[in-house]
Design a protein around this ligand. Structure first.
Ligand SMILES: *Cc1c(COP(=O)(O)O)cnc(C)c1O
Length: 438
């Protein structure tokens, strides 16, 4: 990786830590950033010319595979009509319609990132309920707006920074951070103590690795919200259109497979539609996007129909929407799309189970459709504290051995692996080979 190292040194002169987002720094694995030249299908080509089977997939934004023909064609065709109008265009309707068909009587707004989507959703929830406090869960990541940087999953957790400097204490006073899968008593007490505007959560959290939700936890949380007129917001920036059409809320069910102490278990339970929902990643087909929506009466609070301000120069950008539409239309026109993606994920998970059992290294695995987490701990983590207790040294060694064998996984156990439609047996077999050498 000589060229990458050279480029990294150069980048350090102009960009803080040489990266535009902390996870790219490879700090957790004591490495340096890898520079990518191009990407196609399930593969990345680095500036050094090596080909890597990619399980980062732009952190879940890519689901059809890199440089997909349908997406590229859509982008090129949209480009001919201009890159941004700052005014209304037809694709916005076509795009929003897909979401409204899944969530009847919901309205949706398009923004430029997941961060914007969650930030705006919470503002609207506060405006609608006329309450201040929100609940979030430790290890769930909702982008980097001040109010959410109380105890964060992704980048921050990896770098072991307790919260973020630069966020005034006053700005997080209205955020209550609880442990994921908390006891019902803790939830009840919190609702007793505060008037809560909204609870925001990832129903299948993917930002502390994938942590399986407990049915009782989710159900009591939802009923407490209903009983207290608190809005519930599902942050489906990762899971939206990855685990299923419309994500977990779209499928009205959450589904996952766990493997721990030698036992593989398939779990699934029904879940109701939230009051509000956020999307990102997959729905932009690899271009910047975020979407937030909710019940009509809530969303009508957004300016200019209501008095909650929210705006964006590039919101609903035609190039982003063309890419997003290409992906969503491709999925809806492909028979068994999610079945195929699920089978691929299961195949990878089974391979990992088989090889680590042979190796005698205790691991636990959690997977949903198109996403997977491997933990170097005997038991599946139940919350962020459990995740943090898994074996860091072993993870780092595994990451390096994979890389030497032409495979890149997220350089942190706090990030899920992502599988695209283009991942094939050959991509999985490279992992088998690497584990044998571990
Ligand atoms: C990635 C992510 C975000 C933030 O999205 P950005 O586009 O990176 O701002 C928010 N919520 C969840 C669940 C995410 O995974």
């Amino acid at each position: 990786m000589q060229i990458s190292e050279k480029l990294y040194k150069e980048a350090l002169r102009y960009i803080p830590a040489g990266v535009n987002s902390p996870v790219r720094s490879f700090k957790y694995v004591d490495g340096t950033p890898i520079f990518i030249k191009s990407a196609r299908g399930s593969k990345l080509i680095t500036e050094d010319g090596s080909e890597l089977s990619d399980y980062i997939m732009s952190w879940g934004a890519i689901i059809l595979g890199h440089s997909s023909e349908v997406v590229n064609r859509a982008i090129v065709s949209a480009l001919k009509n201009g890159t941004s109008f700052g005014l209304c265009h037809k694709m916005e309707i076509e795009f929003a319609k897909i979401f409204s068909n899944i969530f009847p009587d919901f309205l949706f707004r398009m923004v430029n990132s997941g961060t914007e989507a969650t930030m705006s959703a919470v503002r609207v929830a506060r405006g609608f309920t006329k309450r201040k406090h929100i609940i979030k869960f430790s290890g769930c990541y909702h982008g980097h707006s001040d109010q959410f940087l109380t105890s964060s999953g992704s980048g921050l957790a990896t770098l072991s920074i307790p919260a973020s400097n630069g966020v005034p204490e006053e700005f997080t006073l209205c955020t209550i951070t609880l442990e994921y899968n908390s006891d019902i008593e803790i939830l009840k007490n919190t609702f007793k103590k505060y008037e809560i505007a909204a609870v925001i959560l990832e129903v299948l959290p993917g930002n502390m690795g994938i942590v399986p939700p407990k049915k009782e936890f989710i159900n009591s949380l939802i009923s407490l919200c209903r009983a207290n007129s608190t809005l519930i917001i599902y942050d489906e920036v990762i899971t939206g259109f990855r685990t299923g059409w419309g994500g977990i809320a779209g499928e009205r069910k959450v589904e996952f497979i766990t493997f721990e102490s030698g036992i593989k278990k398939w779990e699934s339970f029904e879940i109701s539609i939230p009051d509000m929902i956020t999307f990102g990643k997959v729905v932009g087909g690899g271009l910047p996007i975020g979407v937030f929506g909710g019940r009509r009466e809530i969303m009508e609070k957004v300016a200019p129909s209501g008095d909650v301000y929210q705006a964006g120069t590039l919101a609903g950008n035609p190039i982003s929407l063309s890419a997003g539409l290409a992906v969503l239309n491709f999925i809806s026109e492909t028979k068994n799309f999610y079945h195929i993606l699920k089978e691929k994920t299961i195949a990878l998970s089974d391979l990992l189970i088989e090889e680590f059992l042979k190796k005698g290294i205790p691991v636990s695995i959690v997977s949903g459709t198109g996403m997977l987490s491997l933990f170097f701990s005997e038991k599946v983590p139940q919350n962020f504290s459990d995740v943090k207790a898994s074996d860091k040294k072993l993870f780092n060694r595994f990451f390096k051995v994979l890389l030497e064998n032409g495979v890149i996984i997220p350089p942190s156990p706090y990030e899920a692996w992502f599988i695209s439609l283009q991942h094939k047996e050959e991509d999985f077999e490279k992992i088998r080979k690497a584990i044998k050498k571990l």
